[in-house]
Design a protein around this ligand. Structure first.
Ligand code: MSP
Length: 639
C-alpha cells in the first residue's frame, strides 16, 4: 500500500468561500478518493490562513478582533466541505498553537543556519498581496495582481537568503520536468527565475505596523511574514518533521491556482531546502473559474456561491460539471446555461437513461436479477474490450489530473452502451424467445454499468453509490466500493448471476432549460403574476452599483429630467439622467446614495448623454429612490 498526500491552498479568511475555493478542494477530495480506490493510503490537508494585514484589516472593518473574525470565517470554510461531499481531509488553521510553535521552530532552524539576516529595506508594498515588489516586478508602477499602486515603505526587517538558492532551484526545475505541472506553469516559474527580479525575501513585519502574526523567536518586536507562516501548514498539519505521519506521507503534492504560483514554485521549495527537508513531489496548477468572463472577486461582484448552485442542481451534478468543464491548467467559465445543457446531455440523457432502460428491461425480461451470460458475439466482445480500456484510460487520466479527458473517455463507453442497447434490441430478443442471446446482452450491459459506477465514485460519490446499489452491490460514500480498482481493470466480470437489481432507476432528473430548476422543484413552485421569467444569467448580467450624487441640475431642455453626476468610487463619476425632476429638488439629492444600472447602453436624452439608469420605485407620493439601507461603498455591487 503506498501513500498519497496532497494539499489545497490554505484559504484566507477575509472572505466567504466561493466556487474557486470549492473547485480546488473538490479536486483534492476526488484525488484522495481515486487513490483510495487504488488501495493507497490517502489524505489531504486544507484549512485557513488567518494571520496578516489582510485579515487584521477585514476584522477591524467588521468591528471584531482578528481572532473572533477568523473563527467565524474559518468555520464557513470548514462547514462548507461536508455539504459538497468532501471528506478524507485534515482542516488546519494557522492560529493553531501547534502550528505556531512549529513555525517558530522552523524560523529558529533557518536563523541558526545563517540564512536569515537583519537589514534596512525600502520597497513597494502591496497590502492585497501582503508582500513587497521590486521595481522590475511592477507593471506600469502597479501591483500586477491587484492593479493598485503599492505603498513605498522603508523599514528594518529580517530577510531570508532566498537569492542564495535561486540558481539551485532553477537547475532543479530544469532537471525535474514533472515538478511543476502542467508544463506552461513550469515555464512560467523558470521565467521568474530567469528575469533576475527575485531577491532575498522579507520575512518579518514590525509590530509597530502589524501585531496579528506569529512572533519571531529571535526578536519580540517582529511578527512573521504571512506566507512563511502559511506554507509551513503543509508540514505542521502532519505534526512536523519529527512526526510519524510526516515520515509516512511526506513528500506530498500541492494543488493551487495560478494566482499563487510564485510562493509555491519559488519560496516554498527554497524554504524546504534551507530547512534540509525533502522537496514536495509535484505542484499542480489550475486556471481560474471565470464568471461573466472575469476572475471571481468580491469587488467585481461576480462571485458564484457553491451552496446556492448545489441547492438548485444537486451536489453530484455540480461536481460532475466542474470536473467535466475545466481542462486542468486552463481557465473555464462558469455558466449556468452551459451547466444545465451538460447535466441534461451527459447525466439525464446518456447515463441516467442507460440505467433507467437497462434496469427496467432486467425487471421485465430477467425477473429483476443478473442473468447467466451465454456465448459471446463480436458485438459483446467489443463492448467488453471497450469497458476495460475506458476504465483503464479513465483511471490513468483522472489520477493524472486530466479530469475532463478522463470523463470524456468514460462517456465513450456510456454512449456505446446506449448504442449497443439499440442495436441488440433486447425487447426483440425477448419477443423471439432467444433467451441465451438476451441473457448475454443483459449481462454485458449490467457488468459494464457496474464498471462505470465504480469509476464515478471519486466524482459523484452519492450517485455512484446509488448506481451500485441499484446493481445489487453494497456501497458507501465513505469507503471505496472495491478493494482495488486495479483488479477491476484486469478482468471484465465482477457482477454475479442471480444478484437482485433495482426494478427501475431515475438518477438524474432532467432540468427544464427554460426554468433551470429540476422538474420536481417546478411542481412545487407557485407565485404571484410577474413579468416574463428571465434566466439567472440574464439577471446576473446586470451591473447594478451604489454611488453618491455629487452634482444635480435640471435638464435645460426637459422639464421632468434631472442630470446627475454620480460618484461610483473606483469606477469613476458618471453622468446619469433620471426622470426625478417632479419628485426631488436637485439640492436634496446632493450627497445621497443611490443605486444604478451601469451597463445599459448609453443614450442621449434631448441632447445630453445618460450613462446608466438610477433605480427608483413607486412610492405613495411619487417616485422614490432606491438607496442602501446602511451606508454602502461607492462602486459596490448590488446583488
Ligand atoms: N492564503 C493564500 C494561500 C496560502 S497557501 C499556503 C491564498 N488564499 S486564497 O483564499 O486567496 O486562495 C487562493 C486559492 O483559492 C487559489 O489558488 C485557488 O485554489 C482558489 N481560487 C480562488 N479563486 C479562484 C478562481 N476564481 N478560480 C479557481 N480557483 C480559485 O492565496
Amino acid at each position: 500500500m503506498s501513500s498519497f498526500y496532497i494539499t489545497t491552498p490554505i484559504y484566507y479568511v477575509n472572505a466567504r468561500p466561493h466556487l474557486g475555493h470549492a473547485y480546488s478542494t473538490l479536486v483534492c477530495d476526488a484525488l484522495v478518493r481515486m487513490h483510495k480506490l487504488l488501495d493507497d493510503e490517502a489524505l489531504f490537508v486544507t484549512g485557513s490562513d488567518e494571520h496578516g494585514d489582510k485579515i487584521a484589516q477585514a476584522a477591524e472593518k467588521n468591528g471584531q478582533t482578528p481572532q473572533s473574525f477568523a473563527d467565524t470565517t474559518s468555520a464557513l470554510f470548514r462547514n462548507l466541505w461536508p455539504d459538497l461531499g468532501i471528506e478524507g481531509y485534515r482542516f488546519a488553521r494557522t492560529t493553531d498553537p501547534a502550528h505556531e510553535s512549529l513555525v517558530q521552530a522552523m524560523l529558529t532552524r533557518v536563523y541558526e543556519k545563517g540564512d536569515i539576516y537583519y537589514g534596512e529595506f525600502s520597497g513597494h508594498y502591496c497590502y492585497g498581496c501582503e508582500r513587497f515588489y521590486t521595481e522590475k516586478e511592477l507593471e506600469n508602477g502597479l501591483c500586477p495582481q491587484h492593479l493598485t499602486k503599492p505603498e513605498l515603505i522603508s523599514e528594518k526587517n529580517y530577510f531570508f537568503r532566498m537569492s542564495k538558492y535561486l540558481p539551485w532551484l532553477k537547475e532543479y526545475i530544469e532537471t525535474h520536468p514533472d515538478f511543476i505541472r502542467p508544463e506552461r506553469y513550469r515555464s512560467e516559474a523558470l521565467g521568474m527565475l530567469e528575469t533576475g527580479a527575485l531577491d532575498d525575501l522579507c520575512i518579518s513585519r514590525p509590530k509597530s505596523r502589524l501585531t496579528w502574526g506569529i512572533e519571531l523567536p529571535f526578536d519580540k518586536n517582529y511578527v512573521c511574514y504571512v506566507w512563511f507562516d502559511a506554507l509551513l501548514t503543509y508540514i505542521s498539519a502532519l505534526g512536523g518533521p519529527e512526526a510519524k505521519d510526516f515520515s509516512h506521507f511526506w513528500p506530498g503534492e500541492h494543488l493551487v491556482a495560478k494566482d499563487i504560483l510564485k510562493p509555491h514554485a519559488v519560496f516554498w521549495p527554497i524554504m524546504l531546502k534551507a530547512l534540509d527537508l525533502p522537496l514536495y513531489r509535484h505542484l499542480h496548477v489550475h486556471g481560474y473559474w471565470l464568471s461573466r468572463n472575469t476572475k471571481m472577486s468580491k469587488s467585481i461582484g461576480n462571485i458564484v456561491d457553491p451552496v446556492d448552485v448545489v441547492a438548485r442542481y444537486g451536489r453530484d451534478p455540480f461536481r460532475y460539471y466542474l470536473f467535466r468543464e475545466m481542462h486542468f491548467g486552463s481557465d473555464a467559465s462558469f455558466n449556468e446555461e452551459g451547466m444545465v445543457t451538460r447535466i441534461n446531455a451527459d447525466l439525464a440523457n446518456d447515463l441516467g437513461n442507460l440505467f433507467s432502460r437497462v434496469l427496467t428491461m432486467t425487471d421485465k425480461y430477467c425477473q429483476g436479477t443478473v442473468p447467466h451470460p451465454g456465448a459471446k458475439h463480436d458485438a459483446d466482445k467489443e463492448i467488453i474490450d471497450l469497458s476495460v480500456t475506458a476504465m483503464q484510460n479513465f483511471v490513468q487520466l483522472f489520477s493524472g489530473l486530466k479530469f475532463a479527458e478522463g470523463l470524456e473517455s468514460l462517456w465513450e463507453l456510456v454512449r456505446a452502451l446506449n448504442k449497443y442497447v439499440d442495436q441488440e434490441a433486447p425487447w426483440s430478443l425477448a419477443k423471439k424467445g432467444d433467451t441465451e442471446r438476451l441473457q448475454t446482452v443483459m449481462y454485458t450491459l449490467l457488468a459494464s454499468m457496474r464498471k462505470v459506477a465504480l469509476c464515478l465514485w471519486p466524482v459523484m460519490p452519492e450517485a455512484s453509490v446509488q448506481m451500485l446499489e441499484q446493481l445489487g452491490q453494497k456501497a458507501s460514500v465513505h469507503t471505496p466500493p472495491v478493494a482495488s480498482i486495479r483488479d477491476e481493470i484486469a478482468c471484465f466480470g465482477g457482477l454475479y448471476a442471480g444478484t437482485q437489481v433495482a426494478k427501475k432507476s431515475n438518477l438524474f432528473p432532467r432540468i427544464d432549460p427554460a426554468k433551470r430548476v429540476t422538474e420536481a422543484d417546478e411542481k412545487n413552485s407557485e407565485g404571484p403574476e410577474t413579468k416574463k421569467e428571465i434566466s439567472f444569467d440574464n439577471f446576473e448580467a446586470l451591473d447594478i452599483r451604489v454611488g453618491t450624487v455629487k452634482e444635480a441640475a435640471k435638464h435645460p431642455n426637459a422639464d421632468k429630467i434631472l442630470v446627475l453626476q454620480i460618484d461610483f468610487g473606483p469606477l469613476g463619476v458618471r453622468q446619469i439622467l433620471s426622470g426625478l425632476a417632479q419628485h426631488y429638488a436637485p439640492q436634496d439629492l446632493l450627497g445621497k446614495q443611490v443605486t444604478a444600472v451601469l451597463n445599459l447602453k448609453p443614450r442621449k436624452i434631448r441632447g445630453l448623454l445618460s450613462n446608466g439608469m438610477v433605480l427608483t420605485c413607486e412610492g405613495e407620493s411619487g417616485l422614490s429612490l432606491l438607496s442602501p439601507e446602511k451606508a454602502g461603498k461607492n462602486g459596490g455591487a448590488v446583488s
